[in-house]
Design a protein around this ligand. Structure first.
Ligand SMILES: Nc1ncnc2c1ncn2[C@@H]1O[C@H](COP(=O)(O)OP(=O)(O)OP(=O)(O)O)[C@@H](O)[C@H]1O
Ligand SMILES: [Mg+2]
Length: 224
């Protein structure tokens, strides 16, 4: 069974000026197997983030069906969906979305607060993950005191803290130079291989996209 299956998914938005419907995605069929690494590429505005948000149940298609790990998000309550997301998905956004008033360690631990029973070893896991990405000595610092690459590594560790089955990364290397982008992709791929996590990454960096097992290109609302 696939981890995620999209069948005939379409999405359009309303033009705030004219009120007309503007199609973004149409007739998307996609199966993602557990343990895969997948890149999503295409020009700005083609619908990459829209597709990623649908895959992560943050957005719903207008038409078509999504099945996530055997569950149908369309039939779930908001509470069930929130539980599914916090247990099974780790999100990394382009602009890291770290809480400025919280320390690095507190930021990493935030997703555990959404769990019914935060794991007892959350702090030691957070410390060990931060050590793995070279940030153990930054644990008590605030995001504003970190470089762009360091912030993205914190966002990466935060996405892993609940041991998700799926990592969704929207241009995680967008704000980084080539060297730091390659280093972050190394980390993501290492994790995907060693823990059989599924990785779906939107990226403008061609070199990073080519390192994924599969590359999906969005062209005029469809997958190529
Ligand atoms: N909430 C919204 N309301 C109206 N239109 C939207 C909304 N979100 C996205 N769009 C439109 O949908 C299209 C696709 O947006 P999306 O963010 O998915 O593109 P993208 O491929 O991720 O682009 P980028 O590479 O610039 O991040 C754009 O034309 C955008 O204007
Ligand atoms: Mg985007």
């Amino acid at each position: 069974m696939s981890l995620i299956q999209l069948t005939n998914v379409s999405k359009s938005y309303t033009d705030p000026g004219s009120g007309a419907r503007v199609p973004v995605l149409h007739g998307i069929n996609l199966s993602i197997e557990a343990g895969e690494s997948v890149a999503i590429v295409g020009p700005s505005g083609c619908g990459k983030s829209t597709l990623l948000n649908i895959l992560g149940t943050l957005d719903t298609p207008d038409e078509g069906e999504i099945v996530f790990d055997g569950e149908s998000p369309a039939k779930s309550t908001a509470k069930q969906l929130a539980a599914l997301r916090s247990q099974k998905i780790g999100f990394i956004f382009q602009l890291h979305h770290l809480m400025p008033q919280c320390s690095v360690l507190e930021n990493v631990l935030l997703p555990t607060l959404a769990l019914k029973a935060p794991p007892a070893d959350a702090v030691s896991r957070a410390e060990s993950l931060l050590e793995q990405v070279g940030l153990k000595d930054r644990m008590n610092w605030k995001p504003a005191q970190l470089s762009g690459g360091e912030r993205q590594r914190v966002a990466f560790v935060r996405a892993l803290i609940n041991q998700p089955r799926l990592i969704l990364a929207d241009e995680p290397t967008g704000a980084l130079d080539e060297t730091n982008a390659a280093a972050l992709t190394d980390l993501l791929l290492q994790l995907q291989k060693s823990s059989e996590v599924t990785l779906i990454m939107v990226t403008h960096h061609r070199a990073q996209a080519e390192r994924m097992g599969r590359m999906l290109t969005i062209h005029e609302g469809s997958l190529k």
